[in-house]
Design a binder for this molecule. Sequence first.
Ligand SMILES: [Zn+2]
Length: 252
Amino acid sequence: MGQTATKPTVTKPTFRILNSAEAAQQLEVNNAYDNYDTACRQCRANRAAAQRIQPCAAPEGARSAIDAVVLPAWLADHLKGTEIKIAFFREGLPHTRAPDTVWLPAAMPDFQTTFIHELIHISQRLWPNQWTAAYKATWNMEPGSLPAALKGRLRLNPDTFTSKPFTWIAPSGARWTPALVFANPDAPRLKAVRLLFVNSGGGWQSAVPTEWMQTFRADDPSICEHPHEMAAYTLSVNSGGPLATYLSTNSR
Ligand SMILES: [Zn+2]
C-alpha cells in the first residue's frame, strides 16, 4: 500500500569470549555475585552432584558462531549495552551465572538454540520485574515459596538460583509450585531428578496435575522446574506464543 518498510535497527550486545585464565577468574566473580558455588558446597546432595567446571579455551569457530546468532528483537533490546562474557569449559551442561556470564561446553551441537536459551537467562537476571510481570500476565504464575522440608533435596540450578520459586494458579483455583529434587538425595546425580508439585497446603505429589498437562503440555522436569526454564526453552525453540508477544509489546 505504498508504505516504506523501515527495518528497526537492532543493537546487539557485546559478546566477549574469555580465554581459559580469564574464565577461571570469572568463576570467582560469578560466585561473589550469586554465591551458587558456596551454596552447593554447603548442601550435601549438591556438593556431591554439582558439575566440576574446568575452564578451557574457546573452541575454533566460536567467534563466528556467536556473531552468526540472530536474536529476537525483544531480546536484543533487553541485552543492549551489556557486555556478556562467554566462558567455555570442558564438559557439562550449559548454564549462566550472575551477573552476565554464559558458560558453554566446548563441544556443543545446536549452538544457536542453546546460546539464545542462555541469553534469555541473562535477560531474566537483568530484568526480573519484567519477567515476573510476563509470567503473571501470560501463565498466571507468581512468586511463591517451597516448604522447608524440601531443603537439602532440591537440585540447585544456577539459572534459577537467585529467583524465587513460582506458583501456578490453575484454572480451578488450585495452586501448584513445581520443585526439582534429586531422585535419590543419598546418591545424588545431576541428571537423576524428579519433579514435584507442591500444593497450597505444603504437601506434594510427583504426579503431574491434569490441569498442568492440559495447559502447558510439558512434563520434562528440567523444563517445568521454574518459569525461567519454561520461558528459555519455549522462546529459543519456537516463537514463544503469548509470552513472546508480551515481551515484544511491553517495554522493560
Ligand atoms: Zn536453562
